[in-house]
Design a protein around this ligand. Structure first.
Ligand SMILES: [Zn+2]
Ligand SMILES: [Zn+2]
Length: 347
């Protein structure tokens, strides 16, 4: 076992504190990663606060992890010492079900193993990336191209793939009109990626406060959803709407913005149900869908796409002792656009 520095939540209600976590001995297929940066995802906050159900404490979260390989197991072939690598939202899956075999490990029929707060196949509870090191099976470790600034690569491992996967699946590209609901950590990545894929991108945000940023990230249009005229002006306007908001919204109002055969896909996860009027779907054979991160091969494809197109997340780098303040700022949408922890401040 390796004991390494980490930040952990002692309970659902206390601030995160400095502590240590145990990492398993390197198995034949394992990789030891020295972590450089870890992004702060809204899911981290929901999880440590028990919003999505009870978890075991103390808990170290973080699933936007980048660093370098410092040791490899005897049978590792995919990565070598010194490689720049990343780990996203999952660290294992059954590898045998139809979805795993199809490279869709995120939809493992037996449940993928989350990077934190999950019971791994060996019975231990996984601990995430707010930590100096992590041990992960080689099959769940990504190559992070050196063209991407390393701190700006971290959020690609969750926010990047979460938005890339539905954009790719529903064929965002030239001739397609794509709307992105919300301009936070996920939304700003959705705008950059959809624009790079060649789609005509519209941002639907509560206010026009981030309009200049949205246009700079590649959006052609930017509307405030607090203005009722927006929904009138954009009726039947989009092939695809990516909803990144994790608070309840009037989903029927947004469905009315889809043209024939359009799809509204939710990637934000509000704890409450979103009531859908079937009549909202009838009017133009519309679909309401969900999408969860992406498979490992697709995550690599996304990282390579970002490197090729010069895309990365917009980040605000913080030290280990600023994480609790950062959580409050995430909850009040006061971040442009992702906090990333400099893990050197934990050593
Ligand atoms: Zn996340
Ligand atoms: Zn599986």
């Amino acid at each position: 076992m390796l004991t390494v520095n980490a930040i952990a939540a002692p309970s659902a209600t206390e601030p995160l504190v400095r502590t240590t976590v145990e990492r398993r001995d390197l198995g034949a297929h394992d990789i030891l990663i020295e972590i450089s940066y870890a992004g702060i995802c809204h899911s981290d906050i929901h999880t440590v606060r028990g919003d999505w159900g009870p978890v075991a404490y103390p808990l170290t979260v973080g699933h936007e992890i980048v660093g370098h390989v410092t040791a490899v197991g005897a049978e590792v072939t995919r990565h070598a010492v010194g490689d720049r690598v990343g780990v996203g939202c999952m660290v294992n899956s059954c590898r045998e079900c139809a979805n795993c075999r199809a490279g869709q490990e995120q939809y493992c029929e037996n449940g993928n193993t989350g990077t934190y707060a999950a019971v791994d196949r060996d019975g231990t509870v996984t601990q995430g990336g707010y930590s100096t090191h992590i041990v992960v099976d080689q099959d769940f470790v990504l190559r992070v191209p050196t063209e991407i600034p390393i701190e700006a690569a971290a959020p690609l491992l969750c926010a990047g793939i979460t938005t890339y996967s539905p954009l790719a699946h529903w064929n965002a590209g030239p001739g397609k009109k794509v709307a992105v609901v919300g301009m936070g950590g996920l939304g700003h990545m959705a705008v950059k990626l959809a624009a790079a894929m060649g789609a005509e991108v519209t941002v639907l945000s509560q206010t026009l406060g981030k309009k200049d940023d949205g246009l700079a990230f590649g959006a052609q249009h930017y509307y405030a959803t607090s203005d009722p005229a927006t929904f009138e002006a954009l009726r039947n306007g989009f092939d695809l709407i990516v909803n990144t908001v994790s608070a309840p919204i009037d989903i029927n109002q947004y469905l009315s913005l889809l043209r024939l055969d359009g799809t509204l896909v939710s990637v934000g996860a509000p704890p409450e149900p979103l009531p859908v009027q079937v009549f909202s779907l009838f009017g133009a054979r519309r679909s309401f869908a969900g999408s969860s991160i992406g498979g490992i091969a697709e995550t690599q494809e996304m990282l390579d796409f970002c490197a090729e197109r010069g895309i990365a997340a917009e980040v605000e780098v913080i030290g280990a002792d600023q994480v609790n303040d950062a959580y409050e700022r995430v909850l009040s949408s006061d971040v442009r656009y992702r906090f990333v922890i400099d893990i050197n401040t934990l050593r």
